[in-house]
Design a binder for this molecule. Structure first.
Ligand SMILES: *Cc1c(COP(=O)(O)O)cnc(C)c1O
Length: 403
């Protein structure tokens, strides 16, 4: 059983705590090396990664093909800025639009930046196409959402911890309970330009909406001339067993926001996608990012997309997810209220603090993190194999029994 409180581990934890801001409460696991679904800490102990950097490592750690693309590109040119063109961005965006089925993409770096991009695009559409009076546009968002940490985005949050003493907030957001299609219908006004929605809420505690809700929300948007913005930063690229979670409901968003796994676990890459008439509302000088679309990011993301498609990660996620879900549900315990999710986006809701289970798992070699106090998220890289699944389920049974 790994001793996670070794002096060596403690040294790194102390460094972080002394010199780093305390804006996270991480596991006491100091990673030195990783490969596929496995992590090794500074004492040489091995852990199964069930966090996957919040789904940024769908392809598995250190995927050789993505690593090779990174190294090769780093040896030629890494950064140009958009003041000039580079020979990688266009290829990357051609692949990204091909894989996602949109006409055009706007590349950024972090998820929050891509969400901001979508908000700006939707508002511009509201003014220039829908004819909303300037500064009156409203975007409908949902309770318990997570779209990032910028000041505008936290203005669209209902989570007190994300907002406390960070005001004043950006106006223009209307709140509707997640999963309530009637409330959504009622909340739409002539000034509504868009809804912004996670097809499954990740940070909110792996909340799967009622069957048919996403489809109805989309139909409501069509009926009222409102854009449907899907934030698939976490659910995207195979995580939920489909390429995108919206595919499950046969919904094609007007704006698709992607990030996380687009960088293949190597580099921050995000994008907002839309069809031509919408995306062309952006004109030179309207919006941008120094690092967005840089050659290194583009080379990495192109390889990351190739791996998702060629290694059929969505169907692997569906298979592994079903197997894990079945195993978790077969382990009955009075402490487990619900096991839910889709594909490899799985949440275990407990009647005790999920931190306790996370700790018991960590001591036995599984790294998983609690979210929203009572939910433990199980989200390994999509390349997880049967042996690792068996290890996960055995460890889960053992850890649960100790609580
Ligand atoms: C992680 C996440 C974001 C924010 O992405 P960052 O890269 O951390 O800025 C936005 N939306 C969802 C659904 C996410 O899971």
């Amino acid at each position: 059983m790994p001793s996670i409180k070794s002096d060596r581990t403690r040294t790194f934890v102390d460094l972080d705590e002394h010199f780093g801001a305390h804006n996270y409460a991480p596991l006491d696991l100091v990673v030195e090396r990783a490969e596929g679904v496995w992590l090794w800490d500074v004492d040489g102990h091995r852990f199964l990664d069930c966090i996957s950097a919040y789904s940024a490592v769908n392809q598995g750690h250190g995927h050789p093909r993505i690593q090779a693309a990174l190294i090769e590109q780093a040896g030629r040119v890494a950064l140009t800025s958009r003041a000039m063109r580079n020979d990688r961005m266009g290829r990357f965006l051609k692949k990204l639009t091909g894989v996602t089925g949109f006409d055009m993409a706007l590349p950024m770096n972090t998820g929050a930046e891509a969400v901001e991009t979508a908000i700006k695009l939707a508002r511009r559409w509201g003014y220039e196409v829908k004819g909303i009076a300037d500064n009156a546009a409203e975007i409908i968002v949902f309770s318990n959402n997570f779209h990032g940490r910028t000041t505008a985005i936290i203005s669209a949050s209902t989570e007190p911890a994300y907002r406390r003493h960070f005001g004043p907030f950006t106006p223009g957001f209307t709140f509707v309970p997640y999963g309530d299609a009637d409330a959504l219908e009622r909340a739409i006004t002539p000034n509504t330009c868009a809804i912004l929605i996670e097809p499954i809420q990740g940070e909110g505690g792996v909340i799967v909406p009622p069957e048919g809700f996403i489809k109805r929300a989309w139909a409501t948007c069509k009926e009222h001339h409102v854009l449907f913005i899907a934030d698939e930063i976490q659910t995207g690229f195979g995580r939920t067993g489909d390429l995108f979670a919206c595919d499950y409901d046969n919904v094609k968003p007007d704006i698709l926001v992607v990030g996380k796994a687009l960088g293949g676990g190597f580099y921050p890459v995000s994008a907002a996608l839309a069809n031509r008439p919408l995306m062309e509302l952006f004109k030179p000088g309207d919006h941008g990012s120094t690092f967005g679309g840089n050659p290194l990011a583009s080379a990495v993301a192109e390889a990351a997309l190739d791996v998702i498609v060629e290694e059929k990660l969505p169907s692997r996620s569906r298979y592994a997810g079903a197997k894990i879900m079945q195993g978790l549900r077969a382990t009955s315990s009075p402490l487990v209220k619900e096991v839910r999710g889709r594909g490899l986006m799985i949440g275990i809701e407990l009647s005790v603090k999920a931190k306790k289970l996370a700790h018991a798992l960590l001591e036995r070699g599984v790294a998983a993190k609690d979210t929203h106090d009572y939910v433990l998220r199980i989200a390994p890289p999509l390349v997880i194999d049967d042996d690792a699944i068996a290890f996960l389920l055995d460890t889960y049974r053992e850890a649960l029994a100790t609580l």
